[in-house]
Design a protein around this ligand. Structure first.
Ligand SMILES: Nc1nc2c(ncn2[C@@H]2O[C@H](COP(=O)(O)OP(=O)(O)OP(=O)(O)O)[C@@H](O)[C@H]2O)c(=O)[nH]1
Length: 387
């Protein structure tokens, strides 16, 4: 019963532990997947845009040089489209940078640099327009190149710096996420460990409690049930009897002149005799009978489903077996006998009443010379005796 309830608890704790480990593992896997997916995501799109924007100064320089070199047709439309695109690109980047997790002081100066370059674009645009309208001799190549290349170099420097900082921020973010993932993993492992330890402790406590419960119902010397256990078994048997009426017998046994064994051979030898007698009792009873040591040299047997006659037969077998016991050691020559009282429960009787009548039987057995059995009468037998 105890082992079964411990096993039951163990199975439930194992199941709960398994569920916790699975949930924690799934949570960790989900977290790692999410972290992988999102790490650097903030910056990836921005880096792509910056790389694209880095093409603008390159194309600006190429277009200006082609124009100055007198390429035919002059790349005026390409230049205009480029000059139209550059400020929009800068504005789009500015919005992305404001939305990002990057600290404003990390990019503010670069953004200012880009915006300053953008502010100079209308002047460059006007110079390009004039260049297209003027005759070749009236064109100012120097002014065009000076304005254009200044814008080109500012843009190229600012974009390159921005690219560098975004890469740096992305690497920092990845490192942070890796540390966070490690911390979350360790926390979950710690949680699993703590829950496992608590569960193990619960199981140990339960097993200890069950062991103590068992010990508190067992007689230490003989290993038989003790008085408390017999009382519980009797209450269960009487409760069962109320649902399904059936006979219930009780035998009380007391070794005769046990004191003489103690006095003659010492207490330890007496203990050995008590243990041997307990084994003899266990050997004689059926499965389902409860054998208990009530204290000292007094024993009891509760016999569910047994009437007075069955009790008397068992008592006689025990009486003969006791006489036949061969004691060992110093007490080897001693002839052991036992006095026995037997009773069967009445219909309206509780355990106290049954015990009292079996005890009266035992008292009479002692009084009438010991090594004998006295049965308490049942109402049925009393009726029969009267008629
Ligand atoms: N060795 C041993 N002796 C015990 C134990 N418990 C009680 N006794 C002894 O059992 C003896 C009981 O003595 P009594 O009550 O006089 O009974 P008795 O000598 O058997 O005599 P009757 O019952 O009248 O036949 C005492 O000497 C107790 O000390 C025990 O656990 N071990």
């Amino acid at each position: 019963m105890n082992a079964a309830s411990s096993r039951h608890l163990q199975r439930r704790l194992q199941l709960a532990f398994g569920v916790i480990v699975t949930v924690c593992t799934l949570a960790l896997l989900y977290y790692v997947a999410q972290a992988r997916q999102h790490v650097g995501a903030d910056y990836t799109a921005m880096v792509t845009d910056v790389v694209r924007a880095q093409q603008d100064p390159v194309q600006l320089r190429q277009a200006l040089e082609s124009l100055v070199d007198g390429a035919a047709p002059p790349p005026l439309e390409r230049l205009e489209a480029l000059l139209w695109r550059i400020p929009r690109r800068i504005e789009s980047l500015r919005r992305q940078l404001h939305r990002s997790d990057l600290a404003a002081e990390d990019y503010a100066s670069l953004l200012e640099e880009l915006e300053r370059a953008a502010d100079r674009l209308p002047v460059l645009e006007a110079t390009v327009a004039r260049w297209g309208q003027n005759a070749p001799e009236a064109r100012s190549t120097e002014a065009l190149l000076a304005q254009g290349l200044a814008v080109e170099s500012d843009l190229a420097w600012a974009y390159s710096e921005l690219n560098e900082r975004l890469h740096q921020a992305s690497a920092d973010q990845r490192r942070l996420m890796e540390r966070l993932t490690l911390a979350v993993g360790m926390l979950l492992a710690l949680l699993v460990f703590a829950v496992g330890a608590v569960m193990l402790m619960l199981l140990r406590l339960h097993q200890q409690r069950e062991a103590m419960r068992h010990q508190s119902r067992v007689d230490a010397l003989t290993g038989l049930a003790n008085r408390r256990r017999l009382q519980e078994a009797a209450e269960e048997a009487f409760a069962r009897r109320q649902r399904h009426p059936s006979p219930l017998g009780l035998i009380l046994l007391d070794l005769d002149h046990f004191k003489t064994i103690n006095d003659a051979y010492g207490h330890p030898v007496g203990d050995g005799v008590l243990a041997s007698f307990a084994a003899t009792l266990q050997h004689q009873v059926r499965r389902g009978d409860i054998v208990a040591r009530m204290g000292g040299e007094e024993f009891a047997i509760l016999m569910p489903e047994s009437d007075l006659e069955a009790g008397r037969l068992l008592a006689e077998r025990i009486r003969l077996a006791t006489r036949a016991m061969r004691l060992s050691g110093q007490a080897a020559g001693h002839r052991l006998t036992v006095s026995i009282g037997v009773a069967e429960a009445w219909d309206d009787e509780g355990f106290d009443g049954l015990y009292r009548r079996a005890d009266q039987g035992l008292y009479h057995a002692k009084a009438r010379g010991r090594d004998r059995i006295e049965a308490a009468s049942t109402p049925r037998l009393s009726q029969a005796a009267k008629s």
